[in-house]
Write a protein that binds this ligand. Structure first.
Ligand SMILES: [Zn+2]
Length: 471
């Protein structure tokens, strides 16, 4: 059933309907967005010209409306294991957490995914990816648990069927107990696509294929997963070039940099988006642009693990696509895409010292909307406020105490602009979040699942998990 038509008016509007990160599109100091049949039907300056029959009218004065934010990288299972291995680099952090994750089951994951996705929705995210790469024997229907949680929250969902088949005994990083047999992983991946993938234009659920990383997935798994993804016409995802240690691992075991290794396997391509991409040389940046390979930039997680920061400015200047990702919550402690707006801007400016324009506020918003849509293969469907596109919309309140010193919107507005307020200042409350026109957040509160119950379920699942680990 189609959601009720809806009109948002009197708000600042940032459409992100431009041609690229250097031309982000039309903005209006006061304008309107009209939604009907789950799609955007009108966007423009001033009052609404045509109001659909029976439309709910929302007073957007004091707010900014943007496309809903897109999260391109997550590990929802990690929601239960935040705040551990606090001061460790990636490989030590992983070795500490693999044995904990090995005890997760589908019930615990359902609680984690509900909590994680609800939290993202409250902060204006309308589409999220997930990378589930641990499938312990007897853990139940893990992917199904995340799919069910996303449906309950009302999030547009792009989960990926991850896999690891390169355990310690074969020269990989993870203990053998958290890896799968290569054939079993490939079969389960094909089953997940057959069971869940919806390629339709209004799709709420598309599956990707995602062997985990160069140090946990074999060359055979990478190649056969690629062949299957091409056959099934689904997108591919993995981690790449996250840390110096991974760079060294690839050079020692494969004689290539991480990017050269993936290129050799056919994994730099237009149907691929890669998490992190911190350690890329100029040749790799050029290959990303030439092949259409996209990057899921996760600045908070990269900072938390001391991994470094991706060369976002160089990637954008080369013409490559970059989206934002929160990464697993165990390395980002509940970061949202909204907080990554500011993080991405600050990180780019710190990385490229002496270049305060390394990433602008509008470019950061572009990464979180149009860049994310492109990473997930949904350009033209989501990521912009354009008539005909899916009604994935976030309305941000900017007239509270946090933004009073900038006064970026409304009658008191002097000098400051609302996009800068959204990106530079602390992330505001999302007043209204629509996914396909359905209000997932309304009046600043979740309307699909109960936040308190979700938090209780997360705490109970975390307690159960740690009791299991203590054994
Ligand atoms: Zn990750």
């Amino acid at each position: 059933m189609s959601p009720d038509p809806l009109v948002i008016e009197g708000c600042a509007v940032a459409t992100m309907d431009g041609t690229g990160p250097f031309d982000t599109g039309a903005e209006y100091a006061s304008g309107h967005v009209v939604v009907s049949g789950g799609r955007i039907t009108a966007v423009g300056p001033g009052p609404t010209v045509e109001i659909p029959d029976g439309a709910r009218r929302i007073d957007g004065v004091g707010c900014l409306v943007t496309p809903g934010l897109v999260n391109t990288h997550h590990h929802l299972f990690q929601w239960l294991t935040q705040g551990l291995a606090l001061d460790e680099p990636l490989f030590v952090w992983l070795r500490t957490l693999y044995p904990v994750w090995a005890r997760i089951d589908d019930q615990a994951l359902h609680a984690a995914a509900t909590g994680g996705l609800a939290w993202l929705a409250l902060a204006g995210c309308t589409t999220s990816s997930d990378h589930q790469y641990i499938f312990p024997r007897g853990a139940g229907d893990l992917l199904g648990a995340t799919v069910e949680a996303a449906a309950a929250v009302g999030m547009r969902f792009h989960p990926t069927r991850g896999s690891m088949d390169l355990g310690q005994s074969s020269g990989g990083l993870p203990p053998d107990e958290v890896t799968e047999d290569t054939d079993a992983a490939l079969t389960a991946t094909a089953e997940a696509v057959a069971r869940f993938h919806d390629p339709g234009p209004d799709s709420m659920l598309r599956i990707g294929v995602a062997p985990c990383s160069p140090f946990s997935a074999s060359e055979r798994l990478m190649r056969e997963a690629m062949e299957f993804a091409r056959y099934a016409k689904v997108r591919r995802h993995t981690h790449l070039a996250e840390t110096k240690e991974e760079d060294l691992y690839c050079r020692e075991t494969k004689g290539l940099s991480p990017a050269e290794y993936l290129d050799k396997l056919g994994w730099l391509d237009a149907d691929v988006w890669l998490a992190h991409c911190v350690h890329l040389d100029d040749a790799a940046v050029k290959r990303f642009a030439a092949t259409g390979t996209s990057t899921a930039h996760c600045p908070s997680s990269n900072g938390r693990l001391g991994a470094g920061i991706a060369p976002v400015r160089r990637l954008l200047r080369a013409g490559a696509t970059v989206g934002l990702g929160v990464d697993g919550s165990a390395s980002s402690e509940g970061t949202t895409v909204a907080t990554e707006l500011r993080q991405s801007l600050l990180a780019a400016r710190v990385r490229d010292g002496g270049e305060p324009s390394a990433l602008t506020s509008r470019q950061a918003l572009w990464l979180a909307t149009r860049g994310g849509a492109a990473c997930l293969g949904r350009t033209g469907e989501i990521g912009a406020l354009t008539p005909g596109m899916l009604a994935d919309v976030a309305l941000w309140r900017l007239d509270g105490l946090a933004h009073s010193g900038m006064a970026p919107v409304g009658a008191d507005s002097v000098g400051a602009d609302p996009v800068a307020a959204l990106v530079l200042a602390p992330p505001p409350v999302a007043e209204l979040v629509l996914v396909g026109g359905n209000p997932v957040v309304d009046g600043g509160e979740l309307r699909t699942v109960d936040s308190e119950s979700a938090a209780r379920a997360v705490r109970a699942a975390r307690r159960w998990l740690f009791e299991e680990v203590a054994g």
